[in-house]
Structures are given as C-alpha cells and as structure tokens.
Design a protein around this ligand. Sequence first.
Ligand SMILES: Nc1ncnc2c1ncn2[C@@H]1O[C@H](COP(=O)(O)OP(=O)(O)OP(=O)(O)O)[C@@H](O)[C@H]1O
Length: 643
Amino acid sequence: MSKIQEELENTLKLLKIEWKEELEQYRAKTLGASITDKIKDGICWYPVQITKTRVGMGERLIIHLEKSPSTQSHSFQSGKSVALFSNASEGKQLRAGAVINSVKKNTMVLTLTGREWPDWLHDGKLGLDLQFDEASYKEMQWAMESVIKAHEGRLGQLKEILLGAVPAAISEDTKAIDVQPTLNESQEAAVALVAQAQDIAVIHGPPGTGKTTTLVEAIQHTCKRTHQVLVCAPSNAAVDLLVEKLASSGLNALRLGHPARVDDQILELTLDARISRHSSFKDLKRLRRSVDEFRKQGRKFKRNFGAAERAQRKELLAEATHAKEAAQQLEEYIIYDIFQQTQVIATTLVGAAHSSIKGMSFPVVFIDEAAQGLEPATWIPILKSHKVVMAGDHCQLPPTIKSYEAARAGLSETLFEKVIKRNPKNSQMLSLQYRMPQLIMEFPANRFYKGQLKASPSALLHQLQPEEPVMEYIDTAGSGFSEHLEKDSLSKLNTEEAKLCLKILSNLIDRLGLDQVKEQGYSIGIISPYKAQVRKINELIDEEEEFKSLRSLEDQTTIGSIDGFQGQERDIVVLSLVRSNETGEIGFLGDYRRMNVALTRAKRKLIVVGDSATLSTDTFYQEFLDFVTDKGLYKSVYEFMDF
Ligand SMILES: Nc1ncnc2c1ncn2[C@@H]1O[C@H](COP(=O)(O)OP(=O)(O)OP(=O)(O)O)[C@@H](O)[C@H]1O
C-alpha cells in the first residue's frame, strides 16, 4: 500500500475513534436515563408548552416553546438537532425531529424537520431531547472511503497532489488580472495564484490580513470565466459571513443549509427563500394545498362505508398521490431553475453532501477557514471539484476533537496544514492587516507570527474617540470573584466577572453616548472561551435593569464563544477569561490559538477581563500580563468596585 493510502486509511480509522468517543459520551448521558436524569444532564426540557406555531419562510413549520422557570443549565443551542416528543400514547413516545432556531433561558424557537404538523402536537405533555448528529459522521466516513477508493479520475489525481505525492501544476499564463484597485500586492498575487493554479491554491496569513476579502475577489474573478462554483467553510457562521460578502459583491449566491442554522440576514438567500420567490411558486402552493384537500376529503369517510363511498375514497386518495407527484416534479423544476441562475453555491463542508447538489461537479471549490476543518469533512466538497482553493490560518483555532487518542494520533492535523507543507509553491501568504490598531495587534503579532504581521495605515487610525484607549486589561485578582463549574455541562462560569464585563461595557456606552453608538452602528462582541459564561452574560443582559442600555443595542451585539467568532470582527470586543481559582488551573485557555482568535477580533477597542493571579501561572499569560503592564493598559478591578 502506498504511503498516501496508508495515511488516508489511518485518518479514516481516527475518524471512527472520534465518532465512537462522541457517541459514547452521548450514550453515557442518555441510555437508560429517565427524563429526570436527562433534565439534570441538561439534554432534555420537560414539560414544555407551545406558546405559538407559525409557518415560516419556505413553508417551514416553526414552534415557539416555553418551560417553567428553573436555574437548571442545559446544552441546547441554536443549530442543534432535537426531537420533540409527547407522552400522549401509552408506552410509546411520539417524536418529531427539529432544529433549534434560538434559545433563551426558558424559551426556545424550533423549526420542524418534516413538512407536516405532527397530529399529536396538542396531546399529552410535550418534551424536548437533544439528538446525536450521526449524519455528519456518516458523510465524513463516506468521503474518506471515496478518496481511498479513488485511483483514477480527478479525485484520484487530486488526492495524490493535495497530499504531496505529485507536484501541483501552475499555468504559465501570467496575463495581468483585473482586480479591485484596493487590493494590496500580496492579495493581488493571491488572486493571480488562484487563476493560474490548475489543482490547488492556498491563501494563508494572520488575522485581518484579508484572506476572506481576497477569497471573495478570487471567487468573483473565477465566476467571470465559469458558470458556477462551490464555496464552503467548516461552520455555519463562517459560511454566512462569506455569503454576505459574495452577495454584496453582486454575485448570485445560494445558501444551502437548514434555515434554522442560517443567520437571519442570510435567510433571503437560502433555497427555501429562493423557492418561495420563484415565479412558479404559486402553482406549487396550489398543488400542495390540493394534496391536503384531497387527503382531508378522502379521510372524512370513515364509518358506514358502502361500495360507492369506498370507490370515492380511493379516487380522492389517488388524486392526492397524483397531486403530490405533480408538486414534487414542479419543486424539482423550480430547484433546477434556481441552480441554473446561481453563480455561487455556498454551504458548510458537511453540507456539501446535501441531496440537492448530489451528482453535481464544480470546476472550483473555495474553502474559507480551512484550518478549522477536520480532514474528513474537508474532503466532502473536494469530491465534487476539479480544483481546490483554501484560505485559513493554522495559528488560529483548529477543529474541535473530542477523542484525545484520535487527536494525538493525527486527526488534529488538518488537510489545510498538510497541503501548505507539501505544496509550498502553491500558497500565498498575506501579512498586512486592516483590522486592528498597533496596540491590539502587537502581542499576537509577536507571539504567533514572529513579528511579521504589519498594520495598514488605515488600521493604525482605528479608534472610537481620540481619548478612548484602544485596549485595556482589567485585572480581577484580589476581588474575591471566582469561577464555578456548571455541573451539568462541565463548562465554567464566573458570575461576578460576567457582571463586571457588562458594567465596563455599559460605562463605555455611556461615555460614547448611546445615541452615538447607535448612529455610528458600532458592532459589539462579548466573547468568552466558556459556553456557561456566554449563557450567564446573555441571562444578565436579559434580566438586569442596570444593563438596559445593552439590551437596547441587541441588534448590534453578538455574545458568543471564541470558537464561534473565528473569521469575524467587531468594533468593540469585551473578552471574559473566566478562570479564577486557587490552584492556577487555566484549562483550555492553555490552547493559545484560542487566545489568538479572541485577541484579534476587535477593530477599535479591546477590553480583556481576567484574574492575573490564576493566569500568571502560565508563561503565555505572564507574557501577556507583562505586555499590558508595559504598555500602560493595565487596570485593577478596584477602579470598578463601586457596583
Ligand atoms: N486591501 C484592503 N484594503 C482595505 N481593507 C481591507 C483590505 N483587505 C481586507 N480589508 C479589511 O480588513 C478586514 C479583515 O479582512 P478579512 O476578514 O478578509 O481578514 P481575514 O484574514 O479573513 O481575517 P481572519 O483571519 O480573522 O479570518 C475587513 O474589515 C476587510 O474589509
């Protein structure tokens, strides 16, 4: 067996270990567990009441739910798969699949996976279970098996090239390319590389250097020459960001994926929305209504059936089937028509296995944030493509891997890293960043990029107001604040620190003036490495009177984990580090790439809040504390202790 085949077989083996680990963790929580156990584990809500049902975009069925208030934490998050169940039928549970749109402390909005309301929806007591997402693993396994099996054809060639056994080809044609005049020299060189590369091109570089911006330019350029391209990223948030930029650059983009997982601003570009805007949609609706009508009529005749009624019923149900087939055909035509008009099909890596693009192939696939994609997931869109373009930064967050064994044995190395190492000539580095002023950039630039990262003149001027410092570190040491473990999720939170962060942010908003912040449209990010802290911050903003001004900025504010912020930027960022304990334990803050992402999201103001007594046990954080002290960015919590 060749080295490459061995390597791929090994990756498949590691994927199976990871799959087993995640399944075992899920089973440990669910198998044989009573509803009470599951509620305690934070993976079940029961009972829940329906507060509203409605039909959303694309005729999706949407349910608003509420449970009685409790302090019980849970693992429900937007985008996750759940099952709604009822205890109405004795012994057997009635279940319907759904995806979470949004979740607050005691309320949730869901989109049902099916197209029909379950007939038990208003019977018995309802509950909600978190589901294990096995479909993604199946797709990744299938992709790995396809790559292993491919010895000929384009996939057979691509695997040899991407994994470094065969050199990648670059065209000699160095015709000047027509790009936006705003691109810098290395960004322009990256677009040229994408045009010339026959097999693979990689754009890499530190945060804010315009990898996504350059990728969008390269996509535009490619779309002038080809009918359609595939564009992917590992996370829904990263796909949404790309789609937004592609659509505003004038490209006809289609966002594939479940609408509940898509940002509200992008909903208009989903297949559901595009179908509902199609000129034949009215006919489709009419046909679907007639299916329902025939069925309803057919089911009316239940008792005292004579031969004539039986025949009539048969006829009505046959009509229903007929209308259903016609509706399906029309829907297929509408989808075909939409795809014909689409220049860019955008989806997550795993979403590239979506049935609506089954059997399609693309001249080029563009993968953004490729350094965050698990290798088996990254192969999924490559199976459909002739040429591969990746953008990313391997000093930012890697993919999340649950099995320590699989990560250590090599699953943590991404295809992006392998490609850069093995095809150095086919990559273009960007090193001029446009996001952060010097002070925000300096520490990550020195610590992660050997000082090679430079700030563009425009970024140097980024600030909120001349007298407002662009960066501050607020030390909570000595305050008595301390972290807690959220028992059910095993995530950490630090309530006092969460309040302090919001207080500091409210003060900043007061200084700038609420109206001014709204008028300027400053975007705000409140970030923490821990999901439990993110939940706590959300809860405080929703409930506490003193954070009223922050509530009124809801549309401009994003609260999330560091992992969810990769690829994004905000004018103002508050980072809550949470860890505060006697033993100096810093847990997964020890993955410094996570801090690299967190420290490089802010454009005009970065406020970091943490406990130096705990953090300084680690040399990386000690260096960071030395940096903020040297630069005069250090403040103690005592300056804010009046609250
Ligand atoms: N040539 C340019 N001129 C002016 N602004 C630019 C240029 N290139 C990128 N930018 C701006 O810099 C910011 C960062 O760009 P972008 O998000 O593309 O960077 P990135 O490298 O993908 O960042 P990250 O590593 O965080 O994902 C954006 O606000 C973008 O508009």
